[in-house]
Ligand binder design. Structure first.
Ligand code: MG
Length: 166
């Protein structure tokens, strides 16, 4: 990075629609549900938002550029591997994660029973401490597409810090 600042912020948003299936994958954790998520990859809308936030922090594009959904290599891809690849790029640029704050917006499934497992899964992929990863859930009070239970929206914010000369 040419900029001398040592802190950079990134944001990522992703949406996936519900479709046939018996579980959704959020943060690498399979959560039983009446539907799955429609996607080329494993449909991990949470990890896609987080990966986009990390790329955004260093202006490295988006996951659509890095992992085109027209590429058969990414069919059914485990999004933890995509996240690991993205974080490797961040580290190669001399930065590391300070913290991530992730908000999952849906009526169902309820996230509370799975929140800890999701945070642990993400922390494992990124090799960071649990308290660097926040996962929150909210609804839109039955309004809009998430309120009609047509899909899940996830918003992720990250802060990264320069850890070494790139
Ligand atoms: Mg996605």
């Amino acid at each position: 990075m040419t900029t001398p600042v040592s802190l950079r912020i990134g944001q990522g948003i992703d949406v996936h629609a519900f479709g046939p299936g018996e579980y959704v994958t959020l943060g690498g954790v399979q959560i039983p549900h009446s539907h799955g998520l429609v996607a080329h990859s494993d449909g991990d809308v949470l990890l896609h938002a987080l990966s986009d936030a990390l790329l955004g922090a260093l202006a490295l594009g988006d996951i659509g550029q890095h992992f085109p959904d027209t590429d058969p290599r990414y069919r059914g891809a485990d999004s933890r591997q995509l996240l690991a690849h993205v974080y490797q790029l961040i580290q190669e640029n001399g930065f590391s994660l300070v913290n991530a704050d992730i908000t999952v917006c849906c009526e169902r499934p309820k996230l509370a029973p799975h929140n800890q497992a999701i945070r642990e899964s993400i922390a494992t992929v990124l090799g960071c401490a649990l308290d660097q990863i926040s996962v929150k859930a909210t609804t839109t009070e039955k309004l809009g597409f998430t309120g009609r239970q047509e899909g899940i929206l996830v918003s992720a914010l990250v802060l990264v810090q320069r850890s070494q000369a790139a």
